[in-house]
Design a protein around this ligand. Structure first.
Ligand SMILES: [Zn+2]
Length: 327
């Protein structure tokens, strides 16, 4: 059953004059909200069946299912020229900002290597992440990325990740002085280098840059990994970010997916109590005891109790045997 509620975000209300899109509720409804949504039925009996009794009956009828996720396919048959240009200008702008127009060889090589792979197949996920991150920053919120995207220098240049994955180098921003680190020492990342050195051009303190993460981390050595960009938004901004993705890709091309975890005993008890409260409020004649009876499979309990008694007997017997053998 799909509960279809129309509901507008504050942000959307501002733009409703120019757009006829209606955003659907994006959360699991509370019991209270479900009752309100179906109140047009005006029949309490029907409502109780619909909202409280039948869902459980349906759940009981469903067998165990295994969900298989098809491999993700990022390649698009549509032209991505515009998106490619957006990315190229974003990474060019940032590279010029960092190194000037004369890019060091190791920087140019890294960009070319990554772009060759991205250009063929992954322009769209990069572009999407780039647009969402850009908007989030413009709106004054932080966005975090996690996982293997940190090994992509182009992602760093586009603002998708804060991790600079280049091999370790010494750097002066004022003079754009760059000194790639070349030494047989076991220094892999800028964090491993503790010395403080001054810039040979302006004598300012050099900063140590580059976490030395190979781009292969993102795709696997043979390109066997399905690349994936994870972004984390603050709770209050998440909805805006989701709606922005809908705006970019179209309402019908965006799905919200997630996992529902098991509950702790304490949380489950709270849910349980709240549920009982709601049902009693909805129908003062609701009987908790009768409901338990419907739920509980008395025959099964009897069977289990018999089995338990049998096992307890066996346990006592076995313990006695062990004792006898030990003595
Ligand atoms: Zn300097």
């Amino acid at each position: 059953m799909v509960v279809d509620t129309t509901f507008m975000t504050k942000q959307h209300e501002k733009t409703k004059k120019t757009s006829l899109l209606i955003y659907h509720a994006q959360h699991l409804l509370t019991g209270e909200e479900m009752i309100n949504n179906w109140s047009f039925l005006k029949d309490k009996n029907q409502l109780e069946k619909l909202l409280f009794q039948n869902p459980q009956k349906i759940v009981n009828k469903i067998e165990k299912i295994t969900i298989q996720q098809p491999p993700l396919n990022y390649s698009s048959t549509a032209s991505v020229k515009g998106e490619e240009e957006d990315l190229i200008s974003a990474y060019t702008r940032k590279t010029n900002e960092m190194f000037g127009s004369n890019w060091p060889d190791f920087v140019r090589e890294r960009i070319n290597k990554e772009w060759k792979i991205i250009q063929g197949r992954y322009v769209f996920i990069y572009w999407l992440a780039y647009k969402v991150v850009q908007k989030t920053h413009q709106d004054g919120y932080l966005v975090g990325s996690r996982g293997s995207i940190g090994s992509s220098f182009i992602a760093y240049l586009c603002g998708i990740t804060d991790l600079n994955p280049l091999p370790f180098y010494k750097y002066c921003h004022s003079y754009r002085y760059v000194e790639p680190y070349k030494s047989p020492d076991r220094i892999y990342s800028c964090y491993d280098y503790q010395d403080r050195e001054n810039c040979p051009l302006c004598s300012e303190l050099l900063t140590m840059e580059g976490h030395n993460l190979p781009f292969e981390t993102f795709f696997g050595w043979e390109g066997e990994k399905t690349p994936d960009i994870d972004l984390n938004f603050s709770g209050e901004y998440q909805k805006t970010a989701h709606n922005y993705v809908r705006k970019l890709l179209g309402e019908n091309s965006v799905y919200r997916i997630g996992t529902i975890n098991t509950l702790s005993q304490q949380t489950a008890e709270i849910f349980w109590k709240e549920h009982l409260k709601l049902r009693k409020k909805f129908n003062p004649g609701f009987s908790e005891e009768k409901w338990y009876e419907e739920w509980i499979d008395k025959k099964k309990i009897q069977e289990l109790q018999i089995k338990l008694k049998q096992l307890q007997k066996e346990k006592i017997q076995l313990e006695a045997e062990v004792k006898a053998m030990e003595s």
